[in-house]
Ligand binder design. Sequence first.
Ligand SMILES: *Cc1c(COP(=O)(O)O)cnc(C)c1O
Length: 480
Amino acid sequence: MQYISTRHGSQGQPSPLGFEDIMLAGLARDGGLYLPAEWPQFSKTEIASMKGLGYTELAFRIMRPFVGDTFDEATFRRLIAEAYASFETPEVAPVKPLGASGLHLMELFHGPTLAFKDVALQLLGRMLDQTLTVRGQHATIVGATSGDTGSAAIEAVRDRKTIDIFMLFPKGRVSEVQRRQMTTVLAPNVHNIAVQGTFDDCQDLAKACFNDLAFRDRHALTAVNSINFARVMAQIVYYFWAALKLGAPERPVAFTVPSGNFGNVYAGYAAKRMGLPISHFVIGTNSNDILARFFESGTMTTTEVVPTYSPSMDIQISSNFERLLFDLYDRNGATLADAMTAFRSTGTLKVGANALAGVRELFDAGRVDEPGTLAAIADCRKRFGETIEPHTAVGYAVAQQHRRDPSVPMVMLATAHPAKFPDAVEKAVGVRPKLPARLGDLMDRAERVDGLRNDIEALKEMIDDRRAMAAAPARPKVRT
Ligand SMILES: *Cc1c(COP(=O)(O)O)cnc(C)c1O
């Protein structure tokens, strides 16, 4: 399988890359996002033959064409098995019907950090470690987080000798559960950094590290945020998983996805491109509704970010949306590169009427405000006895507004465990959800975190120092 950038052709003709290269690079050098030159295809017969498979076997069959010969078959199977053994349930992503409504919840929060990001990151961490071990190399992950991404990435690479991770978060602006999920990981390769600044400051610091090419190459910087195609790949699997349970390939299925960076729903779109009969996607946004406005008007215009009960969707520019735009621009990388450059400077991007009509056949999008989010949590509990958290609730509310055909099952993605957002849940239903037993002592565990002023030179110095310390062993190695 070969990969191209969404902006390919904008800076000469680069040669297509393999899976290892795009996994290690994350973002393309031309500023675009990687995707496969062609989607692997699964026929109706092939999809039918996957019915009844366990999650890990299904994952192997769906992802195998993407990784090609990066891993031999036995190694790839082992990495998948280990990744999903870290989940509470062998089902990995249980699909629960809500009464006889035709609505279903797919629970994606049974991984180590209680959010759907574990599904992809548990595998990506292992794939990176395997590749680096074989190559005899070391990589450094630098990332910024406003909450869920940080803990999922840290949990995915803790204790790996091939990887160091530096995670920046805004001091005092992440929830206590979210902070502790990062800072209580005391592994020597994990570096938590509380920055005196906002999430945007953290993101700017991380970006500045990548933009310093000498620094980037010196530490082999890697990005594991949702632009990394390996994450999209791992997320495609659970769309097949749910659809197969609900009648695919004979019957179509619809999905509702609460969206921030468009990474999760883009994986569903990829599943459809690969042959899965998905009739309809509903995208849920909170008050930060750039995607809802786009699907209404065909124009994307940035505004200020406002904080909501669903902080992981408090996003202004959905980075993965560029992958869908690539198709709307007829896969013309040079034209898209121009459009994205104009978007960065003017804050506006408009697609043609035909392109808009085309995507609207497949996608609906809607927004839910703060009272609507709490009302949805209460409604789901009252009608179906299920407690959902605010991100899931946004999808739940929008799904009911945009259901097209009641005879088609609608799967709503439950992206986090309710105990991750206890304040909002308690406000909505008067009951405080409890952390699962394996995280029950989180509030008593020791923390380790470094403070940092909002200063790029101070950050680079810290990374240089830590890596130099690791390279020079403090004590002589003893041979046994
Ligand atoms: C990250 C996240 C989202 C948004 O996912 P995208 O892939 O960015 O669209 C939704 N819900 C939760 C709980 C998240 O952590």
